[in-house]
Design a protein around this ligand. Sequence first.
Ligand code: ATP
Ligand code: MG
Length: 287
Amino acid sequence: MVDKDRELTEEEKEQIEATRRRVMLANRINERMGAIKHKIIIASGKGGVGKSSFAVNLAKVLAAHKRKVGFLDGDIHGPSADKFFGIKEPQLSGEAESINPQVTEDGIRVMSMAFLLGEADSAVIWRGPLKMQMIDSLLGDVNWGELDYLVIDTPPGTGDEILSLAQRIKNLDGIVMITTPQSAAVASAVKTISFAKSMKTLLIGVVENMGPFRCPDCGREIKLFGAGGGEQAAKSYGVPFLGSIPFDELMEGDSEAGLAVVVEHPHAPSAVQINRIAEKIMGLVER
Ligand SMILES: Nc1ncnc2c1ncn2[C@@H]1O[C@H](COP(=O)(O)OP(=O)(O)OP(=O)(O)O)[C@@H](O)[C@H]1O
Ligand SMILES: [Mg+2]
């Protein structure tokens, strides 16, 4: 028989407290995500295909269209929102369970592990459960406020972070898949498409990045990484193809300088395509 009158042990008290905190955090996540109209995850199968630079440019286009935008850097190991938004000295305020995000000049509310860890700490090895806790905290402990969009950048592949995000965010609009045109990248992109299907998460569409571009000197089309891979992947899986962003030195230079090509060089070939793609995404999720 269980002795109902006995004192709880310290361990039991801790367990109850931990459960209480988890439930409170889960409630906070639902509340905060409920105040955001559209939540979009940017993902890729392979690393270095331009997820983060696309995500930042997408956020900028949405803000230029007068949408209230948040940006969650879901890359716990290798956060990059500080670099791509050019945020050198983040000024976070608020309290532990109610942290105010960094706000950019154009009003985008940005949160990244890069703001929470000093450089010295950035080599921390995050185990799976801890990464999931960090994702929960980024969703539930940040004062996102009422937003039209939350753009969520992720690390490559289908690891703990994206799993956690897809599980936790109710009413997620879906995933935008980024791939470069060559077959190896497309093959790993297809894995993410299968992942989305298995999670019953909608795939908003596929974006090809670093696609063919015109040589500025001779005008010839250069297919640095091939062509058409993104469109093929989209077609074979019956999901929308959102467009191909050409390889563009201006996009690279602006990203490296913490600027967005859509703002700095709106007529650059990459910027024109990103604008079109962003408008397509708005059309798809807002309809
Ligand atoms: N269309 C493009 N043309 C030229 N350079 C690009 C283009 N898109 C992205 N880049 C550059 O490619 C590099 C990798 O981009 P980025 O960091 O956005 O990729 P990622 O997929 O987020 O990488 P990771 O998987 O490491 O998170 C950056 O230097 C970026 O400026
Ligand atoms: Mg990245």
